[in-house]
Design a protein around this ligand. Structure first.
Ligand SMILES: Cc1cc2nc3c(=O)[nH]c(=O)nc-3n(C[C@H](O)[C@H](O)[C@H](O)COP(=O)(O)OP(=O)(O)OC[C@H]3O[C@@H](n4cnc5c(N)ncnc54)[C@H](O)[C@@H]3O)c2cc1C
Length: 285
């Protein structure tokens, strides 16, 4: 079965879910989002390990990667395998980078990443519950909050007190560009709910007729035919082929997953055996 899409996004994680949601705001585009892990269509249907922002989820929705921390020492390398990707399992620390780092990236050649260029997008994505003004966003899909003094555990309070006694400045907003000191970090959670990109971005976009989300769909090969020809996507489970007439974006986690890219001249026939090539997931069975 072949279907035509304008955009195919592979990987529904922090980046892919946002991309698919934003692209599908244009009703004229047909967007397909492919995800290797499962998908939960509502907050109620989302399992507790993904909803609970007080604990990271590193077993049920994880790829099971390992990493060599140093010679002879292997460690777990958690990465989310579910719509929302690692944002669905992570520690919800919503901390921006420091402006100097973005400006350095721009100096190194990525001119779109200056602090002044990225700040409007930080503002756009967030709904800051505590801070306002030109540095913070209001009304965006991702809520940002910090622990209030009344919510701190005695150990956390003792840690803050110790830091202050040692001379560290008290910081109420670590997302302020000049913040240096000690204080609670900003978090993307609401009433204990981890607000992943699956919840913040995909949930409101799901009802769109031009957005298709396919979960449990491991992509193992993307074939680009010619310069402007359809992109073909091979889906291991369904052993299917999907055609797109527009852009294919790989929004995969940076480690572990093997998706091969092949460019085929327009006059040759694609190798149909590609659909039968198993991917090395590197994960647990
Ligand atoms: C346990 C943990 C805690 C973390 N805590 C924080 C934190 O508190 N604050 C913070 O800022 N960052 C944190 N991070 C890091 C942050 O979550 C990641 O950097 C970020 O989510 C990466 O986004 P991404 O879009 O690159 O990848 P991901 O969000 O990992 O998304 C990749 C998606 O692609 C899918 N995929 C991969 N291969 C294929 C394939 N072949 N076919 C189909 N789908 C595929 C994956 O299943 C996944 O859904 C944490 C990460 C983890 C794992």
């Amino acid at each position: 079965m072949a279907a035509l899409y304008d955009d195919v996004v592979v990987g529904a994680g922090s980046s892919g879910a946002v991309l698919a949601a934003r692209l599908s705001e244009d009703p004229a585009r047909r967007v397909l989002l492919l995800e290797a892990g499962p998908d939960y269509a509502t907050v109620e249907a989302t399992p507790h390990d993904l909803r609970d922002s007080t604990w990271i989820s590193v077993v049920r929705h994880d790829w099971g990667f390992k990493a060599d921390a140093m010679k002879g020492r292997e460690i777990e390398y958690p990465r989310g395998k579910v719509t929302g990707g690692s944002s669905a399992v992570n520690a919800t620390i919503a901390l921006r980078g420091v402006p100097e780092d973005y400006d350095e990236w721009a100096r190194l050649g990525n001119s779109e990443w200056t602090w002044s260029r990225v700040l409007p997008y930080f503002r756009k994505l967030e709904d800051d519950q505590d801070e306002g003004g030109p540095l913070h966003g209001c009304g965006g899909p991702i809520p940002v909050r910090r622990w209030k003094a009344s919510e701190l555990l005695p150990l956390q309070q003792a840690c803050l007190d110790a830091g202050r006694a040692l001379g560290f400045a008290a910081v109420t907003d670590h997302n302020h560009p000049e913040a240096t000191g000690i204080g609670p970090w900003p978090m993307n959670q609401r009433d204990g709910l981890r607000v992943s990109t699956a919840i913040g971005y995909l949930l409101p976009a799901r009802q769109r007729r031009n957005l298709t989300i396919r979960a449990d769909c491991l992509v193992n090969r993307v074939i680009l035919e010619g310069q402007h020809q359809p992109h073909l996507h091979h889906d291991r489970r369904a052993r299917g082929r999907l055609d797109a007439r527009g852009i294919a974006t790989l929004a995969l986690t940076r480690v572990g997953t093997d998706v091969s890219l092949a460019r085929i001249p327009t006059h040759t026939t694609p190798d149909r055996s590609a659909a039968r090539t198993p991917a090395r997931s590197g994960g647990r069975p």
